[in-house]
Design a protein around this ligand. Structure first.
Ligand code: SPD
Length: 455
């Protein structure tokens, strides 16, 4: 193997940077290219799964070594792994990552004077590799090749006929899933915010179809383009069904969409919002300002704290409306599905108060959906527990629910003044809720009725 016999082997280790150099000077002369095959081991797995930062680092590695970058294409594999190539005038840099092994295979193929070891040094820092090795080979020994004179005019013509079919250079998908089904959103690869807090990973990413979106851990919470489905339906139906809401408690809802909708009503005197993770508020204020639009309203008291303890200590009979805008029942929101928490909410409501809770999906998390209904029915009484169905394209299965408890049996959640609702809808320019949707959302398909009556 000629090429291998021309190799320079570098075997390196952080503790002992031992260089074993086998370099046959005579044979490395007069090669067409230089190829460094790199093993980066014990890397940061998060870095190796982040297609945007890998692309940025590979391009930067090329530039740092003096290369002229022509193009790059990178792909993220689901659930993890990245492949990509940076094409440079001096050849290419390529990478394949296995985050689950903390491993990246990198090829630095260059021609001319470029020193690809500069790229190597840059990438080992970027990937935070603790252990690495590399083999350098000369490619295309000129003394083994014979130059051919050939007519290139026919291949030029073929190149002119070629029409680029509009290829995407990135194919990255965000997947919100359980073990049986998923909702995937293609995203641009842009990461606007990525912070892991004591509670969860808070990310703002971008989807070509739905705009910027908030993801908590691996779940889609809200997107710029369909957030109104959720936020209009969590707030307006209860406010119109009650008829005289003045004092509201919102638990969760850190993106701000729910309080934005509640505060559209001029009759609301005070909203107390308790969000456990201040980072969610910060990220949304910065990157989703149209959703986080009402944090400066003087009627809002914003508390960064635990909503479960807040409900436990709340003054009895003090709220007209309590809205639980939590995430799914994993991680920090798990307690927002417990009987004890809803019992405290029940006590904190005025005698004619209404509770609205994020109720999961009858097609995705059936157990959480039915258990919550049982909890609300157990506390508020049969006939006082309602399920309102609506559609969110970016939640798994698309079908989602709010679950409602009315403390006074006299409150019929389906009863509204349609003319009043329509005037409000027109005045505020609502995009999902109207008086017909109010009634229709309470109409349940038979399979949902059966799910709720299963006991
Ligand atoms: N799977 C998504 C469950 C909905 C969680 N709440 C969204 C917050 C929007 N304010």
């Amino acid at each position: 193997m000629d090429a291998i016999s021309e190799k320079k082997i570098l075997s390196m280790d952080v503790e002992k940077r031992t260089f074993a150099l086998l370099n046959d000077k005579k044979r490395t002369m007069g090669a067409l290219g230089n190829h460094i095959l790199v093993e980066f081991m014990r890397c940061d797995p998060h870095v190796l799964n982040d297609v945007s930062s890998i692309e940025r680092d590979m391009v930067e590695a090329a530039r740092k070594a003096g290369a002229t970058v022509i193009n790059s294409t990178f792909h993220h594999f689901s659930p993890y792994g990245v492949s990509g190539v940076v094409v440079i005038e001096e050849s290419h840099l390529a990478i394949h990552t296995w985050p689950e092994y903390g491993y990246a295979a990198v090829d630095l193929f260059t021609c001319g004077e470029m020193d690809a070891w500069i790229s190597f040094d840059f990438l080992k820092e970027a990937f935070r590799s603790d252990s690495y090795s590399a083999i350098e080979m000369k490619r295309g020994s000129k003394n083994l090749l014979k130059r051919i004179d050939f007519d290139i005019s026919s291949s030029r013509q073929k190149a002119d006929e070629w029409v680029n079919p509009g290829m995407y250079t990135r194919n990255v998908w965000f997947t919100d899933k359980d073990e049986f089904q998923a909702l995937s959103l293609r995203y641009t690869g842009e990461v606007y915010h990525d912070v892991t807090t004591a509670y969860q990973r808070v990310r703002i990413l971008e989807s070509p179809k739905y705009g910027k979106f908030l993801a908590l851990d691996d779940m889609v919470m809200t997107t710029e383009n369909d957030e109104f489905h959720y936020h209009e339906m969590i707030s307006h139906p209860a406010i119109f069904a009650h008829g005289n809401v003045k004092n509201v408690l919102v638990i969760g809802g850190g993106d701000g969409g729910t309080v934005r909708e509640v505060l559209r009503h001029s009759g609301i005197e005070k909203v107390t919002m308790v969000e456990i993770d201040g980072e969610v508020i910060k990220a949304c204020k910065q990157h989703l300002p149209d959703i986080a639009a009402a944090f400066d309203d003087p009627r809002l008291e914003l508390i960064v704290g635990d909503g479960i303890s807040f409900a436990e200590q709340a003054t009895h009979s003090s709220y007209d409306l309590i809205i639980v805008d939590g995430s799914d029942p994993v991680g920090p929101a798990e307690g927002l599905f417990s009987v004890g928490f809803y019992n405290n909410c029940y006590k904190a409501l005025k005698p004619d108060g209404i509770l609205v809770a994020q109720g999961e999906s009858p097609k995705f998390n059936e157990a959480a959906f039915t258990d919550l209904h049982d909890t609300i029915e157990g506390l508020f009484g049969k006939g006082n527990a309602y399920v309102s169905l609506f559609y969110v394209p970016t939640y798994p299965t698309g079908m989602w629910s709010f679950q409602v408890g009315t403390k006074a049996s006299a409150t019929d959640f389906g009863h509204i003044d349609a003319a009043e609702v329509e005037a409000f809808v027109q005045a505020k320019g609502l995009k999902y809720y109207n008086s017909s949707i109010h009634t229709a959302s309470l109409a349940l398909p038979n399979f949902v009725r059966q799910l709720l009556q299963r006991k």
